[in-house]
Design a protein around this ligand. Structure first.
Ligand SMILES: Nc1ncnc2c1ncn2[C@@H]1O[C@H](COP(=O)(O)OP(=O)(O)O)[C@@H](O)[C@H]1O
Ligand SMILES: [Mg+2]
Length: 222
């Protein structure tokens, strides 16, 4: 098992005296090589859940176990280290850095980990090739289409060979054709690298293709 969360609650403060209970006791586990969809209405808490699962945010209460180790109470520094080495992200808006080329953007996680050498450059090129953009290495984000930008973001998410990738509405901003292409890509990557994905989506077709669907409603899994 890669990741397990137990009885996760998340409250946000709303004004001085009010509390917003966004997650109300969520327990989940994720295995290697799985593709899981997270669905639910807007405001259901999907992004909040994914941020907690991806160690970007902390729960108000509950436990998080990453590869058998309880990481709930680790320091921010320790958590960041685990996240940078093991977890990848793709967001709805690609968040590519505009002044860098596609290849440099893919290499960014390695740059952050201060690991850039021949091996990393070759790896980044392989991933760009994998997402069908080997001819776009030196393009900057504004010289790429929306679908291409998202595929660069997918290549980037693979860079540190993460145990699990969280994708929050990765095709939410794409037309039907590009969305399907992106979904096919995720399934191909699973096949080739046994890559695990947790994907927040409103796309029924994608949800139905996945191994498991997690439905969030009113802060709980139904
Ligand atoms: N940082 C925050 N502070 C306060 N409320 C928040 C914060 N982030 C999200 N919320 C609220 O939590 C609820 C769930 O948000 P979110 O997880 O983004 O839902 P979803 O991704 O399912 O649309 C929403 O009502 C939202 O307004
Ligand atoms: Mg969201």
């Amino acid at each position: 098992m890669i990741l397990e969360v137990k009885n996760i609650h998340k409250q946000y403060r709303a004004g001085i005296s009010n509390q917003l209970n966004v997650l109300k006791g969520v327990s989940l586990s994720f295995n290697s090589g799985e593709i899981i969809s997270v669905v639910g209405q807007s405001g259901a808490g999907k992004s909040t859940l994914v941020h907690i699962l991806g160690l970007l945010d902390r729960p108000s209460s509950g436990e998080i176990i990453f590869e058998g180790k309880d990481v709930t109470n680790l320091s921010d520094e320790q958590i960041s280290k685990i996240r940078n080495l093991n977890i990848g992200f793709v967001f709805q808006f690609h968040h590519l850095l505009p002044e860098f080329t596609a290849l440099e953007n893919v290499m960014m996680p390695a740059m952050i980990a201060r690991k850039i050498g021949k091996v990393e450059i070759e790896k980044a090129k392989e991933f760009l090739n994998e997402v069908g953009l080997d001819q776009r290495e030196n393009h900057r984000p504004n010289e790429l289409s929306g679908g291409e930008q998202q595929r660069v973001a997918v290549a980037r998410s693979l860079m540190n060979s993460p145990k699990i990738i969280f994708a929050d509405e990765p095709s939410g901003n794409l037309d039907a054709e590009n969305a399907e292409k992106l979904h096919d890509l995720l399934f191909n990557l699973r096949k080739k690298y046994n890559q695990s994905f947790v994907i927040v989506t409103h796309n029924k077709e994608l949800a139905n293709r996945s191994d498991r669907i997690i439905t969030l409603s009113n802060g709980m899994i139904v």
